[in-house]
Design a protein. Structure first.
Length: 270
């Protein structure tokens, strides 16, 4: 039997009051820049890993202006340890767009936010909710797990289209910011106590192992390039003990993605 909406909301708020992660630094600010940085960092990365990097990143790049004017190399060096370097590149490009197209102020409307480089639907909605308390309806991993657990306990391969009406119906439109914080914290609690209910989602896919993967090779190659002003493909391959042909392929990918530039003898950060 499904839980009723009033019972559901009561359970979420009760848990949040007693066990909510109220002291997280990105919950202590309404600055859209700081909230955007946190949201990008938290994609596919656990809170404990994000906390120290969030603080150091903001110390070095405290504003859209600082990030936009920084070199990509310095941004990637600061990002090291978080993985998924495309996020860092996207964040920098978003900062450049904010400075160039929006006079240094991040747009508040959803459509304009979505047009920023590296910003997807979830991030655009989340920035609106957490920076301006806008009552948007959105979903992410922890939220997905909460609604599957309570409203589709026996179902398998639950599509987000079935969850979104419940998210909209239960949304606290007067305080969406705190409500989404509460949902995320409750989702984290469920993962620790009963397991990951979002595995029952139709969109769930198990993350591949990093060790020995193509992602690891990309990370190794990019790390080597960030350490030098210029470096040859041959020297990269020697340093990381990989085949030169594999490194050539990865460098071509990184060049296409906008991370690096290459001439006949060397590669360097774009």
């Amino acid at each position: 039997m499904r839980i009723s909406v009033p019972e559901f909301k009561k359970a979420i708020w009760s848990h949040y009051r007693k066990n909510g992660r109220h002291s997280l630094p990105w919950r202590q600010t309404r600055d859209p820049y700081r909230i955007l940085v946190s949201e990008v960092m938290l994609q596919q990365t656990q809170v404990d890993r994000v906390l120290p990097k969030y603080q150091s990143f903001l110390k070095k790049f405290p504003s859209f202006k600082a990030l936009a004017s920084a070199s990509l190399q310095s941004v990637l060096v600061e990002w090291k340890g978080l993985g998924y370097n495309r996020r860092a590149l996207g964040l920098k490009r978003a900062a450049e767009a904010v400075m160039k197209e929006h006079n240094g102020k991040v747009p508040r409307d959803y459509t304009s936010l979505l047009k920023l480089p590296g910003i997807g639907p979830y991030t655009a909605h989340a920035v609106r909710a957490f920076a301006w308390n806008e009552p948007d309806t959105f979903i992410e991993t922890n939220i997905r797990g909460v609604y599957i657990h309570h409203f589709f306990p026996k179902a398998k391969k639950v599509d987000d289209t079935k969850l979104l009406p419940f998210i909209e119906k239960t949304l606290d439109t007067k305080n969406p910011r705190e409500w989404y914080y509460a949902l995320m914290d409750y989702g984290t609690y469920l993962k620790k106590t009963i397991g990951n209910a979002s595995r029952k989602s139709a969109s769930y896919s198990k993350q591949s192992k990093f060790k020995g993967s193509h992602r690891e090779l990309r990370a190794l190659v990019l790390h080597m390039i960030t350490q030098k002003k210029k470096i040859s493909v041959k020297n990269i391959a020697t340093a990381i003990h990989r085949k030169e042909t594999d490194v050539v392929s990865v460098v071509a990918e990184l060049k296409k993605d906008g991370f690096v530039k290459q001439n006949k003898s060397s590669v360097h950060i774009a």
